[in-house]
Design a protein around this ligand. Sequence first.
Ligand code: NAD
Length: 250
Amino acid sequence: MTTELHGLTALVTGGASGIGLATAALLAERGADVAVLDLDPSGAPAPLHGFTADVSDDASVRAAVEAAAEALGGIDILVNNAGIGAAGTVEDNPDEQWHRVLDVNVLGIVRTTRAALPFLRASAHAAVVNTCSIAATAGLPQRALYSASKGAVLSLTLAMAADHVREGIRVNCVNPGTVDTPWVGRLLDAAPDPAAERAALNARQPTGRLVTAQEVAAAIAYLASPAAASVTGTALAVDGGMAGLRLRPE
Ligand code: NAD
């Protein structure tokens, strides 16, 4: 039982930035041959193999997954990580925005998994890890659309785990809390006082700081590894205690 990944191949969507890039880099460091699928894969340096695709476009996903499988000689590990955000209540997001976010965050996983399944079935160590969020179950304010999309990712993870367990394909997800990635950096930069906003955000975390992309990557790498051979249909929170802890006011 090992978290080493020598001899295995991996495909990471949204792998050119943030959690996806940290994951691709860690999987490679553990010995896997890793491809990244992204709108713009230029952020993923060698030895990562970059492939351009939009997870909301089925033809581009199929072409990129097949090209990646050919370059790697198969796909053992699929990390469905590409995702986009949306703020607001049900009154704030027009239908088109609902369709767009669900198309990327939920159907993106469906399309990529569908294209990768023939390769996963051929693997002796097949694992899928989806990047979900504590938003799936936390009841966060001002995140109706994003939360609904991640709730669907959680349900989809469990359903996929059930559908493919007899084929030897494990499916799990990680539920990150607030992670210090370029995504969160962009949100902070848009605030009137980014430094004060960052300090307030840190203070809201039970651990007193944001989660790092490397910490989420470590959880994904574990779930993808032979050490997790009996772990399927589960959600691993990497959130500094955000979802589970109820701290008393100091
Ligand atoms: P990020 O913006 O730093 O990186 C996202 C990557 O996905 C980018 O490289 C982007 O080009 C790519 N991408 C976006 N849309 C795509 C598409 N249609 N097709 C292909 N690639 C696409 O974001 P991040 O913070 O690293 O988030 C990654 C995942 O983690 C997302 O699914 C997000 O919902 C989830 N997440 C993030 C946080 C957080 O606090 N940052 C918390 C919980 C969950």
